[in-house]
Design a protein around this ligand. Structure first.
Ligand code: NAD
Length: 424
């Protein structure tokens, strides 16, 4: 084993194989581990190497298909990439229970992204604000010239907004470029526009531009989903009322709302990842949107309709695309889009919203009735069995024993494994 160091000159220039060899040498990885890392599965090493820096391998997570979803009258199979058990089952289950009332109905507010240009060191910020607003047409021309391809697809500059912000470093003037990015998530598209516009803004105002970057609070790109669940189908009024009370808890308490929204993001992030989209961008936007009133609240709303049935809605920013990033370069992401039958970014976002709503329904129902652990038990027990050292068919045998005993713990699994192996 070589000396343990994190200084590896020229590491970034090496091919993945050689990088792995260097890491193995420094950290003392054994041969089987090295071989496992060399297997990049269905993402070719050269593609991975072109996606991020310093690649030594790939990391697989399970890809499952959520079934039973009917979205805007279409039958949709939804690919979900997640390491968490019960997520795919929960969506499938929730979707089955609203099929008799028409499934999910979705909509989108538009595909508008915002890029921000920060202007500092300007003595008369209010004056500067008006100067910038007067140049709307010039700003439009600069933005649209930056991305003629986007223009060709019907996108491009739509509007500007200019605000004066008070801050610790004094007043700053922040220009928002509102851009329709069509089938792209749009980060690179709008960042390029912000960088192109900034020198002109500095010139018109005499200030100095600093940051030029998109906002992930994509509140002009809201995906909406709604569905009705018949009270009889979901188990009666006590189930419905328990779910409503669980939702009211999230509305009243940020500690609960965080976990409530995390459950929504179980579904949202899994589809976002499966389609090669930027999960952090979607997550940042979702949580900021949930806090827009000044208190962090639920992204969903739950009510009882005039017939006594349960209605749920979800509205959240969903900046996802079919162009750019890993959506095009990752072969599995492309396959997932094909499985879903999605041909526009809007349709993808709308499907993701339906999944988020379904996920929330499933979590609220489980929590308000049997508790979350019952549903988690079977898969969780398998994970614990593997942790205890079970291999092959031992995994199911140990997991079955854990579930039957109602105690899913690694020490109990180890004892069960010893018994199965006849080790006492
Ligand atoms: P991109 O720049 O790779 O592709 C978008 C471009 O594709 C458009 O500008 C346009 O010129 C062209 N295009 C072709 N057909 C189009 C169509 N039908 N609709 C729209 N555009 C079309 O990708 P992007 O979406 O601008 O950037 C997404 C990537 O940026 C993601 O990987 C994300 O991780 C990354 N990123 C994110 C952030 C952030 O979220 N804060 C910051 C920087 C980069």
């Amino acid at each position: 084993m070589a000396e343990r160091t994190s200084r590896i000159p020229g590491f970034f220039k090496l091919p993945p194989d050689e990088r792995l060899a260097r890491v193995a040498e420094i950290t003392g990885l054994d041969d089987p581990t090295r071989q496992r890392l060399r297997d990049t599965g269905n993402l070719p090493a050269e593609v991975a190497d072109s996606m991020i820096e310093n690649v030594i391998g790939t990391f697989n997570v399970p890809l499952g298909i959520a079934t039973n979803l009917m979205i805007d009258g279409e039958e949709v199979l939804v690919p979900m990439a997640t390491e968490e058990s019960s997520v795919v089952a929960a969506v499938s289950n929730a979707a089955r229970q609203c099929r008799d009332s028409g499934g999910f109905h979705t909509a989108m507010s538009g595909a508008l992204m915002i890029a921000q240009v920060q202007l500092v060191d300007v003595p008369n910020p209010e004056f500067a604000r008006l100067r910038i607003l007067e140049h709307r047409d010039d700003i439009k021309a600069i933005c649209d010239d930056t991305d003629p391809v986007l223009l060709q697809y019907g996108g491009g500059f739509r509007d500007i907004e200019v605000r004066v912000l008070a801050s610790r470093t004094g007043s700053m003037v922040v220009t928002h470029l509102v851009v329709d990015t069509r089938d792209a998530m749009g980060a690179n598209a709008v960042n390029s526009m912000a960088e192109a516009v900034a020198p002109a803004i500095a010139e018109w105002t005499g200030g100095r531009t600093n940051l030029r970057i998109l906002s992930n609070l994509a509140d002009r790109r809201l995906a909406r989903a709604r569905a009705t669940w018949n009270t009889a189908t979901i188990g009666g009024e006590s189930v419905r009322d328990g779910m409503i009370a669980a939702y009211d808890f999230a509305e009243a308490d940020p500690y609960r709302a965080t976990t409530h929204n995390k459950g929504i993001m179980n579904g949202v992030t899994a589809v976002t990842l499966a389609t090669g989209n930027d999960t952090r961008a979607v997550e940042a936007g979702a949580h900021a949107y949930a806090a827009r009133t000044g208190q962090y609240r639920s992204l969903t709303r739950w009510e009882v309709d005039a017939h006594g049935n349960l209605t749920g809605t979800l509205e959240m920013p969903l900046a996802v695309g079919l162009i750019g990033g890993a959506t095009r370069s990752h072969p599995t992401a492309r396959a997932c889009l094909e499985i879903m039958g999605v041909t526009s970014a809007e349709r993808l976002a709308r499907n993701i919203a339906a999944v988020g709503l379904a996920q929330n329904f499933a979590a609220l129902k489980a929590l308000a009735t049997t508790g979350i652990q019952k549903g988690h038990m079977a898969l969780h027990a398998k994970n614990i069995a593997v942790m205890a050292g079970a291999v092959g068919d031992e995994v199911d045998r140990v997991a079955d024993e854990l579930v039957a005993a109602g105690t899913v713990r690694v020490d109990v699994a180890e004892a069960a494994l010893r018994r199965i192996r006849g080790e006492g």
